[in-house]
Ligand binder design. Sequence first.
Ligand SMILES: C[S@@+](CC[C@H](N)C(=O)[O-])C[C@H]1O[C@@H](n2cnc3c(N)ncnc32)[C@H](O)[C@@H]1O
Length: 238
Amino acid sequence: MAEDRQAHWLNPQTALNYARAAVQVGLWASEKILINQTFPDRTAKILELGCGGGRVGLGLAKDGYTNLTITDFSPVMVDITQGVFAEAGVAQSATIEVANACRLAYPDKSWDGVVFAFNGLMCLRCHADRLEALAEIYRILKPGGKFLFTANDREKGEHVDLWKNVSALPGCQKGDRWHETDSTPVFMHSSTESETRQELLNAGFKIIQSPLRSEVALENSNVKNFAGETRFYIAERP
Ligand SMILES: C[S@@+](CC[C@H](N)C(=O)[O-])C[C@H]1O[C@@H](n2cnc3c(N)ncnc32)[C@H](O)[C@@H]1O
């Protein structure tokens, strides 16, 4: 098994799969509801982390958000997102650039919102990376700024039975796992609601809500095939 926990995101086939999702799956119904609720002002200065092939960023641009910076730590993902935006004729509607969630080169208190969609925070290398990313996101949000993300929930997702019976991998946190994909294996963490809520509180956030996706909206089969059940977290820097 490959030990580089981020190699999957540098793989061109992975990037192509995520670009396809940007075009064929688009913004989930639940994402649209919660993003519009959390960021009612279409001029809000929003940073997207872990953009993949631009699925959410493209959806936000099409939905009228005008102050978007769309980023990923993987230059392969950033290149393909630029291609997706150009192909959709909206290349000028966002800044698209490389940014590592654990070491953000943005000033303190400079964003109205941060979005880390479809379990991106859970795709970091380890627990320590996740805590660094939470501290960075807190640092760059303005007071009152909001952070919206999802995390796969090992107590509620479709793999509940699997999680009941597995013990932690050596040197890993419970919930850390390699998963097979269409390209290369992906290393991900699946959390519990109480674990992620506690990490947010420890980082200084106030939690607004943490619903399961299925509690927010019924998704179409394209969305369900692309992504299983997951839990949204919406938090605020007080
Ligand atoms: C599951 S994909 C989600 C992609 C996209 N947000 C979507 O919803 O289709 C996770 C994304 O997080 C990115 N990622 C992984 N580690 C990261 C890091 N340290 N900083 C920023 N992005 C990262 C990956 O490159 C990948 O694009």
